[in-house]
Write a protein that binds this ligand. Structure first.
Ligand SMILES: *Cc1c(COP(=O)(O)O)cnc(C)c1O
Length: 422
């Protein structure tokens, strides 16, 4: 800045302002118009059957094209209120403090932990996959006294193990991932609520790949905080992370000795913005109206279908998929059927199969996206998602047929049994 003004002063006697500025700051036309942006946007319909985002239903697709409205208009507030009602239904909770943070699921993890953790708090993380590990990392960034209990990959934690750790470590928070989509495991939450009450500890649940599609009763199971994301089971575009906070979580937040170390994640501000703290709503940040419309409609669809039937559709199709995969000789990564997540199925890559080739083939021939493994399972598994509008018999059969063909054509993999899906 200094050298700039000196330079201007030095030359001010002989040159016009325009000339001087031009000499210092190159004219903006030096950066040419990018040709890429003069072409039409390139998108093509795809079958999104990885770990999310999932395909939008017709109704949700139409909703996100609706005209934007102002953030503080009555109609916008009404849509937000309807979303809150839908979320309470999906979470099965009467918590008045049920709202959304503007972010994906990872933001949901941070929003909840930033509010509930204070430096030095003992926090016990149940780790049954890489999303558990990610939460541990965030806990460490927040200065928590992190304890972790880790299950072998592809398995979950047992009640007795968790109880033993609770007894030994006396944490203030027990953090569990209900469905760790990195390995496709479903962590049972049975008895956890009572256990946490007994040890005067909060129960926090990552329900990003479960809420709605897997039984999750926030109030009945005494879960103090839970969160999910708009683009997976809920079937909306990414951009909103629904969060519910029960009375014990609020009490913890209200009795913090130090302020929440974030403006954006501050639950009191966020929930006030969402009208959870009485009539007046603080002006906090700009929510995407587009995503609000999408989530409002996707929740409406779940409400119309009914939670139980919506859940059954996911579990029936998951069974059809998992049985089909086994029929074509593939091995499911999670051995115990009771520990398998219905929304995300992890499959071992068979010996001799190059997953990248299979995946490229599926994309090229079928416009079908499946997900690879990630973290420790990168070259070990691939993952198939049956989320919301993709949890149908037709989509399951499409995946099985396409996968069979891709394995055969790219890697000469021949299913050991009758090739029913050819
Ligand atoms: C997908 C997922 C997340 C992260 O969500 P993003 O929306 O990708 O940020 C967190 N936890 C679990 C269990 C998930 O499946």
């Amino acid at each position: 800045m200094d050298s700039l003004s000196e330079k201007v002063e030095e030359e001010s006697t002989e040159k016009s302002t325009e000339e001087r500025i031009e000499k210092i700051v190159p004219p903006s036309t030096d950066v040419a118009v990018p040709a890429s942006l003069l072409r039409p946007i390139a998108t093509r319909p795809k079958f999104l059957m990885g770990t999310g985002p999932t395909n939008l239903s017709q109704r949700v697709s139409e909703a996100i094209c609706k005209p934007l409205m102002g953030l503080y208009m009555d109609e916008t507030h009404q849509i937000m209120d309807e979303i809150k009602d839908g979320l309470k239904y999906v979470f099965q909770t009467k918590n008045p403090v049920t709202f959304c943070a503007s972010c994906s699921g990872n933001g949901g993890i941070e929003a909840v932990l930033f509010n509930l953790i204070e430096e030095g708090d003992v926090v016990l993380f149940g780790v049954a996959g890489d999303f558990g590990r990610r939460a541990v990392h965030i806990g460490e960034l927040l200065g928590a006294d992190v304890r972790k209990l880790e299950a072998k990959l592809g398995t979950v934690l047992q009640y007795e193990q968790i109880r033993g750790y609770m007894e030994a470590h006396r944490p203030k928070i027990l953090y569990l991932v209900h469905g760790d989509s990195s390995t496709g495991v479903l962590q049972s939450l049975e008895g956890m609520g009572d256990l946490c009450r007994r040890y005067n500890c909060l129960l926090v649940v990552d329900a990003v790949s479960t809420a709605g599609a897997v039984k999750l009763l926030v109030d009945e199971w005494k879960i103090d905080a839970a969160f999910t994301a708009s683009q997976k089971v809920l079937g909306a575009p990414a951009g909103l992370a629904p969060i519910t906070l029960g009375p014990r979580a609020l009490q913890k937040i209200n009795s913090r000795k130090t302020p929440v170390k974030s403006y954006y994640w501050d639950a009191m501000l966020l929930s006030s913005k969402w009208g959870c703290q009485g009539e007046s709503r603080v002006k906090h940040h700009t929510v995407s109206l587009t995503v609000l419309y999408g989530l409002r409609e996707s929740l409406a669809e779940i409400c119309e279908q009914g939670l139980e039937s919506f859940r059954n559709r996911h579990s029936e199709n998951a069974q059809r998929l998992q049985k089909g995969l086994q029929t074509i000789g593939l091995e499911l990564f999670v051995e115990n059927p009771a520990d398998r997540l219905p929304t995300i199925t992890a499959v071992r890559i068979p010996y001799g199969v190059n997953w990248n080739k299979v995946s490229d083939y599926l994309l090229e021939r079928y416009s079908l996206e499946l997900s690879s493994g990630f973290g420790r399972t990168e070259d070990v598994i691939f993952r198939i998602g049956l989320l919301n509008s993709n949890a149908t018999y037709q989509k399951v059969d499409l995946v099985l047929r396409a996968l069979c063909e891709a394995l055969r054509v790219t890697c000469n993999y021949i299913p050991p049994t009758a090739a029913v899906y050819y």
